[in-house]
Design a protein around this ligand. Sequence first.
Ligand SMILES: [Zn+2]
Length: 363
Amino acid sequence: MVKISLDNQDCIEQHREAYQVLGRVLEDLASGKAIYTIGRGGKSKVLSRASNRNTVARKYYTKLTDLCDNYPCLSPEHIHDVVSKVKKYEVSLNKKMVKRAKRILATIYSYEKFSKGMSPQYKYGVLSWVANPSGWGAWEFLRRLNVRSCVYCNAETIFSLLLTNELPGGGITPKYDSKTHKRSALDHFYNHSKYPFLGLTLSNLVPACTRCNTNVKGARELNHTKHIYPYAESFNDGVKFAIAYKPGKRIVDLEESDLHIAFVPRMESKIYQKSLESVAFFHLSKVYNQLHKIDALTVLKRIEAFPQSYREFLAEKYPGIKGMVLDYVCRGSSLNPSHILSHNLSKLTIDIEKQFGVADKAC
Ligand SMILES: [Zn+2]
């Protein structure tokens, strides 16, 4: 639940170029035209039959086109409004028909195709998919976001890894190949099954570790009114880690079992309640207390061993050791809040430093 930004990555432009044609497919569905897709063996098959009657599905598609003309690029500012309007509208429709419409929409707004670096083509009522020549797809999106730590837990590494010697650079990205392009998961903030039209919406895709995405969240739903929405908010603003340890023990003598890691609300923040709900949703208290006490303990002991005076000594004696490198030498992670998205356990380290050390002075 660390804030991600879609700005300055050129992702929106690239995505619009690749997927804007899907807006026409949705319009045609709404107007009752037959839509075909390419099946196995290259044969065309019916995706949606022509319908002149004002069916439930057509009403549903029409509502969707009224709300947004380009779902893949739906902005973080509008996504919740669209979701709540669609949700309300669905209540008045026949459930079976909506389910059928959603199956068709899942084929159109295909996250699977985006994952494979494929873009849609739509001609004469036939929707087909081809490899995007620029290499644009989920792998490239994740690479450009430059997120290196799970947005939900800040404890696991996020990666987009290329298993070839041809490294991305100079604006050229090798075409997607499943054998060489490996990456972490992108979680659908709003579940793909319930909102298939958001299947490849960038503002709905959150870089997440397997534990948060699959093991913990699974099919459960997040909700922006209750939980932190990472394209707008950060739990760093709403809660802080607080370490408690066995009274009477000196920090140098502490062991893992003497420690407890708590999440304390920043009561002055408007989003402290949401932050706490998100922490509970992803079971972060259990995650940190069962898996990361050793990391918290290490930071505590480093604070004892390398106080501010030692940092100053190092910086003076070895001018090359500064900034983030100095943070790593003395604390084991970055102490810069703007680095939380790219360094595992950075929030934990910063908050412990603030509780026991001098992060506010050092940074
Ligand atoms: Zn995670």
